[in-house]
Design a protein around this ligand. Structure first.
Ligand code: GLU
Length: 478
């Protein structure tokens, strides 16, 4: 029987999830769901200086909002906890001890200035700077005297020489020359574990089978492999995914606009659209289909179809996809999603039926939920407002005035307004005024909606209702 797939997402709590991290989380989650595996959330907060108290709740909230539920981790617990590195310091101390007993870790008392000077010499010689193992065989007396001076050692891993290689699930065989990095630090003078060491202790003890992460970590992997080897743990399979570039092909950053989940949420992107879009930054379905519901992504996801080249983040494509998700949403779901965006506007959206109708009518032209207040505004205002000079000019034409007077008169024949009634009135209006087509419809649209362009006018008139139709047109006649 194959071992259960266990993957992890291991953010450092330094801020909100941004697109790159979110994509890593999404791919791990999809991989876990596809293989009926376990998705572990681990908070890499051992670096107290870089971690902030508010970042962790923000990350958890972003993950929850995206719908990426974790099977083990903060809040839910699990058999391989604790899931915060800051609560695992005793484990790092224990495993440092194992390395030490094996002779695979040793204390190094070299001063930073000393090491820096040696680094410079190596660089000048065109060599790869690496630790010269000066402290590898210190005598007990030497150690005692350093300790007496008050020096605190770092702990170095005794890296074996020779080739370190692995078969990356995405990039194929990757190999490093063990000579290139030398004996690296695993524990700092204050006892804090360095990322490479903590990550391996955690991945090993948490029985992680697949490490899916950004390819900025490729150079860490050989070091991690050596530590895994020292503990005699089976190696996880590594899968390094290419970075994400902005539309200008430079590394995605703040310059490219909204890049954090928090910003994207405020702008009105839907979690489902983001999952679809972000998963496609690294992977494509065999069918070539781009708009894929989650179930299909999970069913069709295959690491073999992941892209080896950097992914381009195209905000226009995200908008397009988000628009499709907005159009396809169940209407009551859309009402719930749109309400928070409408609450901040001054629109009175207390009539749910009217709101539903207006959302249904306008969503065809919408790409983000934050565009709804403006699109819905004509349906919820109390007075007509002509948005621009063109609308005002149209309303004041003699022909428009003629249309408005006739419209008001015809309206008296009806008790209420629905789209069929509106069409009937327009037909009679045409007969009465002899004006037709755009010449007839645009002035009416301007009067009812305040704009020259907009959604289907009969449906719009129905949402406005007879009273408003009458009030708006009346306010423009003279
Ligand atoms: N905390 C690391 C990061 O956020 C995790 C890297 C890894 O997945 O091993 O980059």
């Amino acid at each position: 029987m194959k071992p259960t797939v266990r993957v992890r997402f291991a953010p450092s709590p330094t801020g909100h999830l941004h697109i790159g991290n979110a994509r890593t989380a999404i791919l791990n989650w999809i991989f876990a769901r596809k293989h009926q595996g376990v998705f572990v959330l681990r908070i890499e907060d051992s670096d107290r200086e870089r971690s902030t108290a508010s970042a962790e709740p923000a990350i958890l909230e972003d993950l929850q909002w995206l719908g990426l539920n974790w099977d083990e981790g903060p809040q839910v617990g699990g058999d391989h906890g604790p899931y915060h590195q800051s609560q695992r310091l005793h484990l790092y101390a224990e495993y440092l001890n194992v390395l030490r007993t094996q002779g695979n870790a040793y204390p190094c008392y070299c001063k930073e200035e000393e090491l820096e000077a040696k680094r410079q010499v190596a660089l000048q010689r065109g060599e790869n700077p690496r630790y010269d193992q000066k402290c590898l065989s210190l005598s007990t007396d030497e150690i005692r005297s350093f300790e007496k001076e008050g020096r605190k050692p770092v702990w170095r891993f005794r890296a074996r020489r020779g080739e370190v290689k692995w078969e990356d699930l995405l990039k194929g065989e990757i190999s490093f020359d063990g000579e290139s990095f030398g004996d690296f630090v695993v524990v700092r003078p204050d006892g804090a574990p360095v990322y490479n060491f903590a990550a391996v202790v955690d991945d090993g003890l948490m029985k992680i089978t697949h490490v899916i992460r950004g390819d900025d970590h490729v150079s860490n992997t050989p070091k991690q492999i050596l530590i895994h080897e020292a503990f005699g743990w089976p190696l996880p399979q590594f899968c390094h995914i290419p970075m994400i570039l902005g539309p200008d092909r430079t590394r995605l950053s703040k310059r490219h606009g909204a890049t954090s989940m928090a910003e994207l949420r405020i702008k009105g992107y839907l979690p489902k659209a983001l999952i679809n879009f972000l998963s496609l930054l690294s992977w494509s379905a065999e069918s070539g289909d781009e708009v894929l519901p989650l179930e299909r992504i999970i069913a069709e996801f295959d690491t073999k179809r992941m892209s080896k080249s950097p992914a381009l983040f195209d905000p226009l494509k995200l908008n397009w996809m988000n628009g499709i998700y907005i159009r396809d949403m169940a209407i009551d779901e859309l009402v719930q999603a749109a309400l928070p965006f409408l609450q901040d506007s001054s629109l009175d959206t207390s009539h749910e039926f009217q709101l539903q109708k207006a959302l249904e009518l306008t969503r065809g032209g919408i790409e983000t939920l934050s565009q709804f207040p403006e699109a819905l505004e004509p349906f919820f205002r109390q007075q007509v407002q002509l948005t621009d000079g063109e609308a005002s000019e149209i309303a004041s034409r003699d022909s428009s005035q003629k249309i408005y007077w006739a419209f008001l008169r015809l309206l008296q024949n009806y008790d209420s307004m629905d789209s069929a009634t509106f069409r009937m009135i327009m037909k009679q209006l045409q007969k009465e005024t002899g004006i037709m087509g755009n010449e007839l419809w645009v002035p009416i649209r301007v009067a009812l909606m305040g704009r020259v362009h907009g959604p289907d006018l009969p449906a719009s008139a129905e949402i406005l209702g007879k009273q408003k139709c009458e009030r708006f047109v009346r306010s423009l006649v003279y």
